[in-house]
Design a protein around this ligand. Structure first.
Ligand SMILES: Cc1ncc(COP(=O)(O)O)c(C=O)c1O
Length: 380
């Protein structure tokens, strides 16, 4: 058997007619920039995240963080609290703006930011907490929001990996002052190229982000745009109409795909959780399992042996944020200060998880892992 870490072709084949029609529709209309599909997607995704939410599309999930920082006027000399484990894009925009990233270790279990360690990191310069819903698992938003309220900090949710994830019945995208999303193709809701969005309850923030993302065009209190009237120095970071058309199609299928991911995760849990360390979602939450992450000794050897059996696993991520050289160059050597994140970086292995996996494929992944790790397969 050959099992990819993710199979975008298999997904495309299940929705080919809808996608082809949507993409051709944009080409026929030639509305490539800020076309009707963009407005439609912003409306649909805002409603998907919750009541009273505004959504603004942008070029990608990294730009979404840049735009969020700009909209909240977080700038050089400020501090933002982030987890020590995430994709580099969580920290990159901070460093770009001269904002000091203040790392907090992740917790056992969900591998998201350890909320109990946040408050001791708050200083006079702290402007925001940026929790990351890593692997599709929701952070402890009750505690994070409470700290933010008491210290008058902004909350920027990085939900690049967590479209549709819920905590106490509320979806991510509805907790923070601003939430940033990525629609990178491999994400749970992925475009056919780069794409991103920002959600907020605050209409002014939504309009500011819309202006910033479109060369500063658009009046302060409306979306009315004059092509050569610029109200602020911004960026060219718009969600392409073709990508929005793809996302409108995929959003209709997202919940069904998430259910299948959750089924697969439950199967993996049943087979593996009694003898391996596996990531676990928080109580009262619904994870969307962007990744299914386990910990193993000799990770790189296990990765290679799984590949030899046809199972392509992933590593998310081989370095914690403070361990990347360009980050170290800015923040100094912090090795040893974030033991859970550092251990995870050494030991994490992501198993294939996507809606198009059959039960046989999921069972094969488990049997392969048992064989590689020397555990007798129950099926054998
Ligand atoms: C946690 C996290 N934040 C931010 C990003 C950045 O998104 P993009 O790749 O769309 O710029 C990603 C995507 O890979 C991510 O996983």
């Amino acid at each position: 058997m050959h099992i990819a870490l993710n199979d975008l072709k298999a997904q495309y084949l299940t929705i080919k007619d809808e996608i082809d029609r949507a993409v051709m529709g944009v080409i026929e209309s030639t509305e490539f920039i800020n076309g009707a599909d963009v407005t439609e997607f912003e409306k649909n995704f805002a409603a998907y995240c919750g009541e009273g939410i505004y959504c603004t599309g942008c070029g990608n999930g990294t730009d979404a963080i840049i735009l969020a920082l700009r909209a909240l006027r977080i700038t050089s000399g400020d501090e933002v609290i982030i987890p020590a484990m995430s994709f580099i894009a969580t920290v990159e925009p901070l460093i770009t703006f001269g904002v000091k990233p203040v790392f907090v270790d992740i917790e056992e279990g969900t591998y998201t930011i350890n909320a109990a360690l946040i408050e001791s990191k708050v200083t006079d310069r702290t402007r925001a907490i940026m929790p990351v819903h890593l692997y599709g698992h929701v952070c402890d938003m009750d505690v994070i929001q409470d700290i933010a309220r008491r210290h008058r900090l902004h909350v920027i949710e990085d939900a690049a990996q967590a479209h549709g994830a819920e905590f106490k019945g509320k979806r991510v995208g509805s907790f923070g002052d601003i939430t940033t999303f990525s629609f990178y193709p491999g994400k749970n809701l992925g475009a056919y190229g780069d794409g991103g969005a920002i959600t907020s309850r605050d209409e002014h923030v939504a309009l500011t982000v819309a202006r910033l993302s479109n060369h500063g065009r658009g009046e302060h209190r409306s979306k009315r745009i004059e092509k050569y009237k610029h109200f602020m120095i911004g960026y060219n970071s718009r969600l392409d109409t073709i990508q929005a058309a793809v996302l409108n199609v995929k959003l209709r299928h997202l919940d069904q795909w998430t259910k299948r991911r959750q089924q697969i995760a439950a199967f993996y849990d049943g087979e593996l959780a009694s003898w391996l360390t596996v990531a676990q979602p928080r109580d009262q939450s619904q994870s969307v399992y962007h990744q299914y992450v386990i910990e193993v000794d000799n990770r790189d050897a296990v990765l290679a042996q799984m590949k030899a059996r046809g199972v392509h696993c992933g590593v998310h991520y081989p370095d914690a944020l403070h361990q990347h050289k360009p980050v170290k160059d800015v923040v100094g050597d912090l090795e040893g200060q974030y033991p859970v994140a550092e251990r995870l970086a050494r030991r994490c292995l992501s198993l294939p998880i996507y809606a198009e996996m059959t039960d046989d494929m999921v069972a094969y992944v488990c049997d392969s892992l048992k064989a590689v790790l020397g555990k007798r397969s129950e099926a054998a």
